[in-house]
Structure formats: C-alpha cells, structure tokens
Design a protein. Structure first.
Length: 277
C-alpha cells in the first residue's frame, strides 16, 4: 500500500469517527474527547519518560492526573451535581489528593531527578489535560450542546495548517521559525491565514450559532495561537529527537501530531467564547 493511499484511508476513518462522536450525542462527544485526552497524555509521557524503571508508573500517574479534570467536568456536564457546591466538593475530594500523590511516589523511586519527573507530570496536566477540559465548556453551555462550534474550531485549525502547507510548498521562501521548524515559511503562514478567514466566512453561513464577526475573531485566534501550538509541539519533538508523537494513525503520526494546534488554541478560544456568551 502506498503512503498516500495509507494517509487517505486513515484520514477518512478519522473524519468519520470525529463526526460520529461529535454529532451522535453529548455523551458520545464526552467519550470521544475523553479517549483523545487519555491517548494524547499517554503519547506525551511516552516520548518524555523513557529512561527509568519507574516510568511506566509515572505514565499511568500522569494520565490519571491529566485526565481527572476532564472526568470531573464530564461528571458535571452529565448533570450529576445538583448545584455548584457539589462540583466544588468533588474537586476538593478527588482532584487535590491526586495532585499530591506523585510527590509520595517519587520518595520511593530513588530517582536522581525527582522534581524534574514531577515537572513533566504536571506539564502534561497544563499542556493537555486542562485544554481538553476547556473543550467541554466550549461545546456545552447553559445545558445546551453545540457540536458545530467544536467542529468549526477544528475546521479553522486544520484549514490554517493545510493552507500554510499548500501555499508554503509552492511559493514559500522566507523561513518563519527555522530553529524549530525549518520548512515553515512566512508565505505559507499568510496563505494559511487567508484560507482560515475564508473558512470562517463559510462557517458563519452554515453554522449560525455564532455571527460572522465572532467566527472572524476566532479565525484571528486560530491564525495566532494554533500556529504557535504547532511550533511548540515541533519544539517538543525536536528537543526529544523524535519525528512523531506516536504511530496510532498510519501516515499521520499520533494524536498529539493531529491535535497540537487545537490544544494550544483551546484556552484562548474558550476565554473569548466565555466573554461573549
């Protein structure tokens, strides 16, 4: 099977699963993004922690720490709390103790760099766990489920990335960030921005949950922060000497490779959407 055909088949399967998870129900969205969160965390810890006997334990611990905010938020959105106080109590009773478990574990691992290990564990929470948790608050607001907004943000993110690649490969000459990603160019970046704004206009026509102005503002956020997110994952992989975060999607790498830009966008997009709702 050629690499191009492999990439095409993987892409079709990926799109079908994403659309089914987003549009079947709110519960399927939570399940889908919960799995993506866990898989992304596992990939992250796999490429960072790979030299110590206790790294498997740290990976499991990291996935639990990074995934707990998503689980607690999902429990909240499923209506399991009668009021805000119940949500607050579960955060205190469950999440805070879990945060402190790694300190106890490091006492017994005899690692030469215990606080570096702790730093990696909590980095996964900040870099992956919290952003994917915020995706819930974008999709679910005041008891209503808005899959179009999540899909719209994904489309804007992928349009920016694809546009930058296509334009950059044709006319790109001026390096954008050669130290981190030598193949990215300013010409490609501007092409990505242009296509992102075009997609934002189309979204305003077919996804009327948000106005044209709001979709265009989200396009601006995508053009800035999704691009930065892509560079940050490139910096991560370059610093660790790896090409892809994983190989679960043949021809496309891992979950982090597919969602790196989207992950970094989520805190900024959720802040803006919270402001206007």
């Amino acid at each position: 099977m050629s690499r191009l055909l492999q990439r095409a088949i993987t892409a079709v399967i990926f799109v079908v699963i994403m659309l089914a998870g987003l549009y079947y129900s709110e519960n399927s969205f939570l399940a889908l993004f919960g799995l993506i969160t866990v898989a992304s965390l596992w990939e992250f810890y796999t490429i960072i922690l790979k030299n110590d006997t206790y790294d498997l334990l740290r990976k499991i611990n990291g996935v639990i720490i990074g995934g707990t905010p998503f689980l607690v938020a999902a429990y909240y959105h499923l209506g399991k709390f009668e009021d805000g106080s119940g949500f607050f109590k579960i955060c205190i009773l469950v999440f805070l103790p879990i945060l402190f478990l790694p300190f106890i574990i490091e006492l017994f691992t005899k690692s030469k760099h215990p606080f570096a290990n702790l730093g990696y564990l909590f980095l996964g929470l900040i870099y992956i766990g919290i952003p994917f948790t915020l995706a819930q608050f974008i999709a679910i607001n005041d008891g209503n489920y808005y899959p179009n907004i999540i899909l719209g943000l994904l489309l804007l993110t992928w349009a920016n990335d694809t546009g930058a690649y296509l334009i950059g490969s044709q006319i790109g000459k001026t390096p954008l960030f050669p130290r981190i990603s030598p193949n990215k160019t300013w010409e490609g970046s501007m092409g990505g921005v242009t296509i992102t704004f075009l997609i934002a206009w189309l979204l305003s026509v077919y996804m009327t949950e948000l106005s044209l102005v709001n979709w265009l503002i989200l396009a601006i956020l995508v053009s800035i922060f999704a691009s930065v997110g892509d560079l940050i994952e490139s910096m991560l992989k370059r610093s660790l000497g790896v090409k892809d975060s994983g190989n679960i999607m043949p021809g496309h790498g891992g979950f982090l490779d597919r969602f790196d830009a989207f992950i970094f966008l989520l805190p900024f997009a959720s802040s803006y959407l919270l402001l206007i709702r």
